[in-house]
Design a protein around this ligand. Sequence first.
Ligand code: SF4
Length: 357
Amino acid sequence: MFTGRHGAAEVAEYLTVWFVKAARQLPWREDTSPYRIWISEVMLQQTTVQTVRPFFERFIKLFPTLQSLAQSSEEDVLAAWSRLGYYTRARNLLKTARLLVNNGAELPEDLRDLQRLPGIGAYTAGAIRAIAFNRPSPMVDANARRLLGRILGIVAHAPRAEQQVWQASLDVSTAGTPRIVNQAMMEIGALVCTAGQPNCAECPLESLCKASTLRSFDWYGSVPKKQVIQRRQEVCVVARWADRWLLSRPSDGRWRGMWEFPRTLAIPDPEEAIRRLLNDCGWADVEDFEYAGAVRHQVTRYAISLHVLKCHLPSAPTGVPGEWRLASVEELAILPLPSPMRKIAELHTDPAGDHTP
Ligand code: SF4
């Protein structure tokens, strides 16, 4: 731990000097209102700064206030989130906005009140309180964990390691200007004290860092946890009727509320699985499927191979379980489609392609 208040104050001072000089210009740093900080921090969960940047700017243009977000439809919000992945984040944003607006409330400042809202965990609550309200708060993500683990030399498997880094984060936040020092910890973790090769020569904390002194960098937060990846085979069908394509909207699962080419587990094999799916929808007589490859993507611990089959529907659809629709190419471009489905739409829905309804 930092040695008393003096240690944390020294860290806070070094962080402040460095941040004022070296922080990146990011759109959510221009205006630190609670609404903008909340949106940016939720986007930054599981997504890099570079990816988030244009999404954040577009999202804020579409939904500039908590009220405008609360009044939007889920379909519009998911469409704005399309390609960013982890769509539960977007659904929770909308849920929280509606909850607050319906109660005539704004985003609260209190950590516990923040964590009662959908999609706001300890880290995001700390970020909103520290950056938007400038109040001392612990805030530990992978970057801050690695940074603090190295500075303090916390052993990778120490029993109270996680508690120690959260306490250290709070100590530094309390000792400085929370809005600045909290962001500085994240920024140094992202840019200087990186997972691969920490750049100690450029680090403002080098003189008090245990890892740098020992020239040993595998401390708590630096040693990756082993994750067991499960493989999963899915298949979807790009089914064409005239100049439009069949889409369905799942009511549960990871893409709930978005549109997709009808999809199922590839059991016993992709073609048979799709044959059964179409059979359930009233098309028993689709014979010719064209295998169009697979799109690979990862969602949490699942490595998914999404096989793509193409076919022509022999008749206009009359009923598909759950919600469904036919969409033209123009409609496909604006509907909320998850990234793998958008990729498939771009590759396999050429209106000038083969066409035999
Ligand atoms: S001195 Fe090196 S190891 Fe220590 S915090 Fe800075 S970059 Fe990381």
